[in-house]
Design a protein around this ligand. Sequence first.
Ligand code: SMO
Length: 763
Amino acid sequence: MTKQDFRIVGKSVKRADVIEKVTGEGKYTGDYHMPGMLYGKIKRAEIAHAKITRIDVSRALAYPGVKAVLTHRDVPRVLHYGSPHPRSASCTKDQYILDDRVRFWGEGVAAVAAISEEVADEALDLIDVEHEPLPGVYDIDTAQAPDAPQLHDVGPGGNLVIPPVRIERGDVERGFAEADLILEGEFEGGRPVPTYMEPNVCVADWDGSNKLTFWTSTQTSFMVRGALAEVLGLPLNKVRVLVDHMGGGFGAKQDLFQHEFLCALLAKQCRRPVKMEFTRRETFIAGRSRHPFRMWLKQGFRKDGTLVARDMKIIFESGAYGSHSPGVTNVGTASATSLYRCENVRLDGRAVYTNTPISGAYRGYGVVQTYYALDIQMDEAAERLGIDPVEMRLKNAVREGDIAPSGHPIVGCGLEACISHGADAFDWAGKRNNPNRSDPRNPAIRKGWGIGCEMHGSSAYPGIKEQGNATVKMNEDGSVTLLTGAAGLGTGAHTALAQIVAEELGVTFESVSVVHGDTDVVPWDIGAFASHTTYLVGSAAKIAAAELRERVLARAAELLQESAENLGLVDGIITVRGNPGQSITLVEAMGPTRGVPSEHLIASGSYTPTKSYSFAAHFVEVAVDTETGIIECRKVMPVHDVGKVIHPIAAQGQIEGGIQQGIGHTLTEDYVIDRTNGRSLNAGLVDYKMPLSMDMPDIETIILEAAPDPGGPWGAKGVGEDPIIAIGPAICNAVHDAIGVRFHHYPITPEDVLKGLKARREQ
Ligand code: SMO
């Protein structure tokens, strides 16, 4: 990569959308109001597995203010993917909009549209549902028993969502035979929920030409369009999906939700706009969580620490429907073959239906689970072999050219750099060798230090060709409009895209504005997920901007009687090299009176990426109170290789946010389902314990540009999902360092700590 002076890229420019956000003027889907708008609500099942034998809506329909009630008899009986996603290519269509069968507690069985939310809510109580209970399956062991009740008639059977994923590489038995140490363990994780600030919300409106306009809080507007069109039997140009500001998604807003279909159908029936907005409680019940999992992991190591064999069985709990389970199973298992290099690998990965809420996509997509196990067992091996955990990881870390989870050779591997750089900056050796682990203020508190590592792909899903698109338009006054389908979840992605366009084209950052989220206007987009917006759409935007720049310079060359190579374009001014006095502005070259054909003022870029990986090592200090069992995460040093940073503060924000979510996963967050009847026990933020700002540690983020990926804009790679992955095992390893107790699950609660300490004392 050539050295380049950047004007805009790499600088924390003021985010274009930030004033609107902080003043509350930014329009979120919930802010849309229309004359005559109705409000939709969903009647939810109070049983986890049943056949509906009778559903009587007459009392609800007669209730003043109610305009429509829909049950399974009133909606198209079309099976759909919960996620019409390229990553779900192997997925089974297993969901109806409404079915005469209930598969999880809280599943929608009817929908009401009324003149107010209150009336709609009241009408729900007037819907009489009778059902015949079916035997339920509330855990993965029962689901896999030979005589288990089957949740679905479609799919491979045995309550499997997809056929088992099997990977075998090298000779695992020979690897174990060569090992000096063999470790075997079981790992488990709970059900963290992506608690985005903005609950799911949509507004549907039909016009006289039978066209649906649909505002929704989604990461994947074109997939929403496709699924709505398919189920409603409409051509794509009769469905327009719009998304403006979003209050987070974290992966879970990639699905096609039941309420979205119902909202569109209610609006159609009423010939009036309908809004449907989840309560916080509904985001738990009817949203998507991370997949609970169990993983059996057996690894063999040589005396010198070299990993020589890895054998794994991974089971993801899908809940009542498939959603992203195929993608999560494929990505989570493929990832589990990597991170630490190993020639001899075998695995069996499954996703299993149960009568519990739907698991879906959530930041770190299957990788959070499998790397939790890999990195904890790596620590156990280091301890057993008497090798420092940092040395152990440096010995086994994947390197440039190794095979990545995607099956491609890794290009731009910064893992070793993150580990070494972090170990120095954190003073790892100094801290770990400090024999004094107690807190001078409270001898019951023990301190400990741990490390976790991760790698995560942008656009790196096996077998999928992704494409990024962007269109750049120059306006008559020299200002520039970027059209993109990439959703802005709140991370600053649009600012990064505008920076890329401004840098490449040669205009000021302030002169670029971004139009997004209208499927009738912007180029097709695969959706904002897989940490790929900057990498994928950023590359497309760079290509479009470069083409426009070339046209501007060719035009200016004519006007100035100069060769284009001799011209420069900076901040919208075209200058002649070696002749600073001679310059013209963009408007002078391309303005409306200049006779430039309009197609010369618009350029599009498409980009089909290679597969890219980002890397990180997280260093953590914890303080464990041995009297209360409370684990306090005191300091975190995340060290991330992002190739090239486009907006340092936005990247840092992503990293800090991921750390907060990861601390929640590891210590307090778990959406608990009663394993005897499928009822949820803590839907909502009263009983579900998210970390608050007071729980945040001192975070010292280090962003490295260690290993640029030539496939990204100026080497940039993704940063979205990475930060949530390594923090969990780093905390778990630090807790072991503090109190000598090794946990194999998350969340690690104070009760677990006290039990672990007691078991250790009694040993
Ligand atoms: S879990 Mo993500 O939005 O790829």
